[in-house]
Design a protein around this ligand. Structure first.
Ligand SMILES: Cc1cc2nc3c(=O)[nH]c(=O)nc-3n(C[C@H](O)[C@H](O)[C@H](O)COP(=O)(O)O)c2cc1C
Length: 441
């Protein structure tokens, strides 16, 4: 079966029908230009740049040359929201030595970065995007010095197989209390730096997200749903209470992990891999009670099941499903949660594989109140001005779209790798790819 990003709406429709998938689309994409208000903040349109880590900060965690280049391009690209990439709040929770890391000492560098983003966007498009900083602890995937230094919520045989991580790498409840404090401090720093909001990251199996499935962990962070969601809930509550009323507190939330109970969240407890919305729904309602009004919904684990997390045309293994099935799982799972939580604004993920058909598909979901914003991930590396083209130039250009070749991920997996688009931004990223991945292209 063809696994190629769509360059025409007709190709998308033919594939969708062949696979029998529920993925409605519309020719009319005007809803994407509609404003949305959260408190006093006005978001100019329904397109979002998803969090995309560049692993290109300075050793002290500040934005460096490539970081600045990326965000200037995103800012000029016209999206209503820029979800600023994973930014560590504790040194030992950095995913790599060049992951961004916000502290009192480098706060001014983040402040300058936010100012540049806003100014560049206003100059280019006449409006500033909402900029949300993703506060993270990488947990199992921590590598602050470039070598794995995992900090796990619990041992997971699905990942660790015959090679269990030593039990002294399992974090204590006291350590998790400190992580919660650091996340709240990260929210305060983000506000001081001028971000519009913070995302207490709870996705893709980093620490907070791993806890969601800590069914067999002892103590106050494991077992019951209350306990498994405690770190996220308390950090969110702490951030809401500590920051000003205008500041947005959100989360990028994994609502489905894609591996079996008792190791996955949002998965049927009767065995198998079916999505079960009941626990994510409970959690979303709690977050709403705490004052959260926007969530960024995602699924899967980029290391273990990237076909769930970021459906691809070419990748590290032959996926067990067509990539369009992965796209449908994320979009329809998000729609299910919106149906259960109509007052919570939701951003969807995993739309890059739709290619030039993406605006047609996401606008139907948004028009029908099945989610509120379309979040583009890999696309923003390939095609940072996708939003301007969708909103003002009649749609996406087939010669600029992300082809979902996974080369950005390949770079990211290499020590010192600074991911970007090898195909569409080749002057900058092809040399990096060739050097690190030995790639021909
Ligand atoms: C190189 C790379 C870096 C990423 N960095 C982050 C990140 O910092 N935070 C995050 O939540 N997701 C991150 N993601 C996941 C994307 O935000 C997105 O969920 C994923 O690519 C699927 O969306 P897409 O199909 O539009 O690409 C990253 C993905 C890639 C390929």
């Amino acid at each position: 079966m063809v696994k190629k990003v769509y360059t025409t709406l007709r190709d998308f429709v033919a594939q969708r029908d062949e696979l029998g998938l529920n993925l409605p689309y519309s020719e009319d994409t005007s809803v994407l230009a509609k404003e949305y208000k959260i408190g006093n903040k006005v978001i100019s349109n329904r397109l979002a740049c998803q969090a995309m880590e560049g692993c290109d900060g300075t050793p002290d965690g500040s934005p460096d040359t490539l970081t600045k280049r990326r965000y200037r391009r995103f800012a000029e690209g016209g999206a209503g929201i820029i979800w600023f990439e994973a930014t560590a709040v504790l040194e030992e929770g950095r995913a790599n030595p060049r992951q961004l890391y916000i502290t009192e000492n480098n706060l001014d560098n983040f402040k300058a970065e936010v100012e540049v983003i806003k100014e560049a966007a206003i100059k280019e498009n006449g409006y500033a995007p909402l900029v949300i900083m993703q506060a993270t602890h990488s947990g199992r995937y921590s590598k602050p010095n470039g070598t794995p230094a995992p900090l796990i919520a619990y041992n997971n045989p699905v990942f660790e197989k015959g090679n269990p991580i030593s039990s002294d790498r399992t974090v204590t409840d006291e350590y998790l209390d400190r992580v919660g404090e650091a996340l709240v401090k990260g929210a305060l720093l983000a506000e001081k730096a001028g971000f519009d909001g913070v995302d207490i990251k709870c996705c893709h199996r980093y620490l907070n997200s791993e806890l969601l499935s800590a069914y067999n962990r002892e103590g106050k962070y494991g077992g019951s749903l209350e306990n498994r969601t405690r770190l996220l809930r308390e950090s969110v509550k702490g951030a809401v209470e500590s920051c000003s009323g205008d500041f947005i507190v959100s989360s990028r939330l994994n609502v489905y992990d894609g591996f079996e109970y008792p190791y996955g969240f949002g998965v049927s407890k009767d065995g198998g891999l079916d999505f079960d919305a009941s626990e994510p729904d409970w959690l979303i309602k709690k977050l709403y009670d705490y004052g959260v009004r926007i969530l960024n919904i995602t699924m899967g684990n980029p290391y273990f099941n990237p076909h769930v997390n970021r459906p691809y045309a070419q990748g590290g293994y032959e996926a067990p499903e067509h990539p369009l099935e992965g796209v449908a799982r994320v979009l329809n799972g998000t729609a299910k949660l919106k149906e259960l939580n109509p007052d919570m604004a939701l951003i969807c993920s995993a739309v890059s594989f739709l290619g030039t058909a993406a605006p047609n598909v996401v606008s139907t979901y948004i028009k029908d109140n099945k989610f509120d914003f379309a979040g583009f991930g890999r696309t923003v590396f390939a095609y940072p001005d996708f939003a301007v083209d969708i909103l003002k130039n009649g749609g996406m250009d087939k010669n600029k779209i992300c082809i979902c070749c996974s080369k950005c991920t390949e770079i990211m997996r290499k020590p010192g790798g600074t991911p970007g688009c090898v195909i569409r931004d080749r002057d900058t990223y092809l040399p990096i790819y060739k050097k690190l991945c030995g790639g021909k292209n």
